[in-house]
Design a protein around this ligand. Structure first.
Ligand code: PYC
Length: 313
């Protein structure tokens, strides 16, 4: 029988399960290499932690690992119901809240390694966390894609730690009541992007679709569809970073100016950015939000359990 120790939290409604013990031994070295070992040799671990019957499609997992750089508070590898994430904004805020809950960190600035780069996190005494994300940028502007049963959809391709296709003012109202229709629409866009081989830099798959529209309560409201077809309950940290990169590229948001990004539940992140040193089109986004710890416990993986490795569909 194996036992996996975890702490659950949610950030603006989006859950994160941080594995604090019992994870696979991935050796040392750079995080991208350890991620590769996790993918190749231990994918059943990912599925056991986040998929049913122990988890659900919406859950994001975060495996804590020893950082390569001892100046970092932790290394983390994020994963979901279908695979692995480069970075995860709400998840990093959840990791910071979890480390604070465990007494491993105190308010102040901390560095956290991810497979796509080191991010910094400022934990405040009131529990709010501001992450300074990886360098983000718009890769392509106003890309046209023919979507089956929908027609032509236009959007930007941007990197915010994951690859996003950002569509402004879609033909559906961004309300939770429309969630099934929004999922169907965003999924059709995602399939069309893949089908037409529209990718991020280096042929990377665009696996997140972000729909945005103006709202009275914030600068914008979004609906973000994640790679495994679950929608982000939060405003999505990497998605907000990608949005900031597009706003910066269009000259619609200045460095240091605050952007209030609301998600589909009405919860919000605050974002701002600075330019990357020496760059005219790459930004370093900051995202502020708060996570709440909801559970701590052990997952039991019994050899007799037919769903020891989760239900994979
Ligand atoms: O907050 O970056 C994020 C995120 C990515 C997928 C789900 N949440």
């Amino acid at each position: 029988m194996s036992v996996i120790e975890f702490v659950d939290s949610h950030t603006a409604g989006e859950p994160t399960r941080v594995v604090i013990g019992g994870g696979p031994a991935l050796g040392d070295g750079a995080l991208p290499e350890r991620l590769q070992r996790l993918i190749t040799d231990h994918d059943a671990f990912r599925s056991a932690v986040v998929n049913e019957p122990r988890g659900s499609d919406v859950l994001v997992g975060a495996l804590l690992v020893e950082p390569e750089d001892p100046a970092c508070a932790a290394g983390v590898i994020f994963f979901n119901n279908v695979g692995y994430l480069g970075m995860c904004g709400h998840g990093t805020i959840g990791v910071v809240a979890t480390l604070a809950h465990l007494g491993r960190i105190q308010p102040g600035r901390h560095r956290i390694e991810t497979p796509v780069g080191t991010v910094s996190a400022l934990l405040r005494a009131n529990g709010e966390v501001t992450i300074e994300n990886v360098v983000s940028y718009r890769y392509r502007r106003d890309v046209e894609v023919q979507v089956a049963d929908v027609g032509v959809v236009r959007g930007d391709v941007a990197w915010g730690g994951n690859w996003f296709f950002l569509v402004d003012s879609p033909p559906l109202e961004l309300t939770i009541a429309n969630c099934d229709k929004l999922t169907e629409y965003a999924w059709a866009v995602r399939c069309a992007l893949n089908g037409h081989k529209i990718t991020g830099a280096g042929g990377a798959e665009i696996d997140h679709v972000e729909l945005s529209a103006p709202t009275a309560e914030a600068d914008s409201r979004n609906f973000v569809l994640c790679p495994g077809k679950a929608y982000d309950r939060s405003p999505c940290g990497t998605g907000t970073s990608a949005k900031l990169a597009c706003l910066a590229a269009d000259g619609k948001l200045m460095p240091g100016q605050v952007w209030r990004q609301e998600g589909i539940l009405g919860t919000a992140f605050e974002g701002s950015y600075r330019m990357e040193n020496g760059s005219s089109n790459r930004i370093v986004p900051s995202i502020t939000g708060k996570a709440h710890v909801t559970a701590q416990g052990q997952l039991i993986l019994h050899p007799d359990d037919p769903f020891r490795a989760g239900i994979r569909v």
